[in-house]
Design a protein around this ligand. Structure first.
Ligand code: MV4
Length: 493
C-alpha cells in the first residue's frame, strides 16, 4: 500500500493522514468547495475537489471518490466515520475497482447494518440479547401476544434504524397497535424499509461498547470497553475507557461476547460492539458499528495501539501479531467532544467564525481537531470542532486533567460544549460513577453554569450534587415511574 485516498474531512481525515505518513504511505484528500481552505486539504500530499458543499454532492459520491483513487494512482481508500464508512455498496465497488477498502467486508457490513439480521447472526454464538422478537413483526395480534409475554414497557425498533431513529416505547397494551403503525411509517419514510421488531424496554441503561479488532485470518481480540452513557439525543458528549462500573469478571464476559459477535459475521478490521447494561450489570447486545468510531482515541490511550495503523495492517492482509493475553489496560482516558453548540441554549448549533483558538498543551492531553483561528465552522457538516482527550494513571487524574485542559482551551467567537465538560467533570454523580444514559436529562440545568467563573462552576456542581441526592430520595419514595421524554422522537438536525 503506497497511497491512500481519505474519503472524509475534518479531524478524522487529518488523524488518518498522520498515521499514513508515519507508515510511509502517501495521502490524497478529497474536499468539497466549502473545505477549500481546510487543514486536511493542506496536510495531504495531493488534494482533489469533488463537488459543492452538500455531502450528497461531494463526500457521499462514492463513484467520484473511486475515480479520484484511479486518477491519482492510489491503491486504497479509508472511509473514516460517517459518510460512506458503513455503506456496503461502496465497499463492494471499491473492491471491484481493484482497490483496497480499509474496513470490513461488504458482507459483514450488510449483516450488521440491519438489526434483525444482526440478531439472527449472533443467535448461535452465545451472545446475550434483550428479550424480544428475532423477526420483523407482521401481525399485530401475534405482536401483542409476544409483548404480553415480555411484559410492558416494550420498545419498538426499526430494523434499518440506527442511533435511536425509528424507536418508540410502548407503556401498555392499549398503545401497542398505534405505536407499531407509527414506527412502521416512520421507518418507511426514513429508511425505505418498514421492518420493525420489539424488545423489552430497559429503562435508564448504561451504554457500554467494546472495541474489537479482527484480521483476515480469523483472529479476533477485544480492546476492552468504552463507557458512552453521557449523551444527548443519541449524540455522545463524553466517553471514557475503561468504564468505572465494570468488574474484571463482567469485562471479560462482555469482551468475549463482543468477540463472538465479530466471529458471527466473519469480521475483520476495527469494529465496535454496543451493549446496554442495567444496574446489576446484566448486559445485552444492541448492535455492531462496522467502522472506526469518533471516540476511538480513549481506547488507543489505554491499550497503547494506533487503531488506524491496525486497520491499515489488517487491510494489507497482515496478522494481528498479538493475542488477548498480550492486551492490558493502562490507566484511564476521557474524551470530551468539543462542538459548536450552545449548552445554555438547548445545545443548538452555534455557527460563525473562530475569532481566537488556542488548544491546551502538556502531559496527558491530546487534541484531535482540524481548525485554526480565523476559520469558519461550515454549517453543512457535523458541528464537532475537536475532541479533547486526557489520560492519567487513574480516573481521578484523568478527570482533574480534563478540568485543567478545558480551562486552558481558549475559544472565542462561538459557543462550545467546553463549559458542559466542566459541569460533567465536577458533578458528584459522574465522579462517583453513578450515571447512565439519562445523566443529562436528570441533572443538567443550564442556569447552573451561566458563567465562566471557575468558583461559580464549583458552586453549580455542588448545587447539582445536592439536587441529585434530593431527586434520588424523592424518586425512591415515589417508586420511580417517570414517563419517557419526548427525546425519543427528536432527531438530530
Ligand atoms: C434500547 C434501550 C432500552 N431498551 N433497547 C438507543 C440507540 C440504539 N442504538 C439503541 N438505543 C436504545 N435501545 C432496549 N431494549 C435504550 C436505548 C437508548 C440508548 C442506548 C444507548 C445510548 C443512549 C441511549 C439513549 C436512549 C435510549
Amino acid at each position: 500500500m503506497k497511497k491512500i485516498v481519505i474519503a472524509n474531512r475534518g479531524e478524522i481525515a487529518l488523524r488518518v493522514m498522520r498515521t499514513a505518513k508515519e507508515m510511509g504511505i502517501k495521502t490524497v484528500a478529497v474536499f468539497s468547495e466549502a473545505d477549500r481552505k481546510a487543514l486536511h486539504v493542506r496536510y495531504a500530499d495531493e488534494a482533489i475537489c469533488i463537488g459543492p458543499p452538500p455531502s450528497n454532492q461531494s463526500y457521499l459520491l462514492g463513484d467520484k471518490i473511486i475515480e479520484v483513487a484511479k486518477q491519482t494512482g492510489a491503491d486504497a481508500i479509508h472511509p473514516g466515520y460517517g459518510f460512506l464508512s458503513e455503506n456496503a455498496d461502496f465497499a463492494r465497488k471499491v473492491k471491484a475497482a481493484g482497490l483496497i477498502f480499509i474496513g470490513p467486508s461488504a458482507e459483514s457490513m450488510e449483516t450488521m447494518g440491519d438489526k434483525i439480521s444482526a440478531k439472527q447472526a449472533v443467535s448461535n454464538f452465545n451472545v446475550p440479547l434483550v428479550p424480544g422478537t428475532k423477526e420483523a413483526l407482521k401481525d399485530i395480534t401475534v405482536g401483542k401476544k409476544i409483548a404480553d409475554e415480555i411484559g410492558y414497557p416494550v420498545l419498538v425498533k426499526a430494523s434499518a434504524g440506527g442511533g435511536g431513529k425509528g424507536m418508540r416505547v410502548v407503556w401498555k397494551e392499549e398503545e401497542f397497535e398505534e405505536s407499531i403503525k407509527l414506527a412502521q411509517s416512520e421507518a418507511l419514510s426514513a429508511f425505505s424499509d418498514d421492518s420493525v421488531f420489539i424488545e423489552k424496554y430497559v429503562e435508564s441503561p448504561k451504554h457500554i461498547e467494546i472495541q474489537v479488532l479482527g484480521d483476515q485470518h480469523g483472529n479476533v481480540v477485544y480492546l476492552f470497553e468504552r463507557e458512552c452513557s453521557i449523551q444527548r439525543r443519541h449524540q455522545k458528549l463524553v466517553e471514557e475507557a475503561p468504564s468505572s462500573c465494570l468488574t474484571p469478571e463482567v469485562r471479560k464476559k462482555m469482551g468475549e461476547a463482543a468477540v463472538n459477535v465479530a466471529k458471527a459475521c466473519n469480521y475483520y478490521g476495527a469494529g465496535t460492539v454496543e451493549f446496554l447494561a442495567d444496574e446489576d450489570l446484566n448486559f445485552y447486545f444492541l448492535e455492531m458499528n462496522t467502522r472506526l468510531q469518533v471516540e476511538h482515541p480513549v481506547t488507543e490511550q489505554i491499550v497503547g495501539l494506533d487503531l488506524v495503523k491496525e486497520q491499515i495492517r489488517i487491510a494489507r492482509g497482515e496478522t494481528l501479531g498479538y493475542t488477548q493475553e498480550d492486551l492490558k489496560i493502562h490507566g484511564h482516558a476521557i474524551e470530551l467532544r468539543v462542538c459548536a453548540e450552545d449548552p445554555m441554549n438547548n445545545f443548538l448549533p452555534d455557527i460563525g467564525k473562530l475569532k481566537s483558538y488556542k488548544t491546551p498543551q502538556g502531559y496527558g492531553v491530546r487534541v484531535d481537531d482540524s481548525f485554526e483561528a480565523g476559520m469558519e465552522i461550515p454549517i453543512q457538516y457535523d458541528p464537532m470542532i475537536a475532541k479533547l482527550i486526557t489520560f492519567g494513571k487513574t480516573r481521578e487524574e484523568a478527570i482533574q486533567r480534563m478540568i485543567r485542559a478545558i480551562e486552558d482551551y481558549k475559544i472565542t467567537g462561538i459557543e462550545t460544549t467546553l463549559s458542559f465538560g466542566t459541569f460533567v467533570m465536577k458533578h458528584p454523580a459522574f465522579r462517583e460513577g453513578h450515571f447512565d444514559t439519562k445523566f443529562i436529562e436528570k441533572y443538567f440545568e443550564p442556569e447552573m453554569f451561566k458563567t465562566s467563573n471557575p468558583e461559580l462552576h464549583e458552586a453549580a456542581a455542588y448545587a447539582a450534587g445536592s439536587l441529585f441526592f434530593q431527586k434520588e430520595s424523592t424518586k425512591q419514595a415515589a417508586g420511580e415511574s417517570k414517563q419517557q421524554s419526548s427525546n425519543w422522537q427528536l432527531k438530530r438536525g
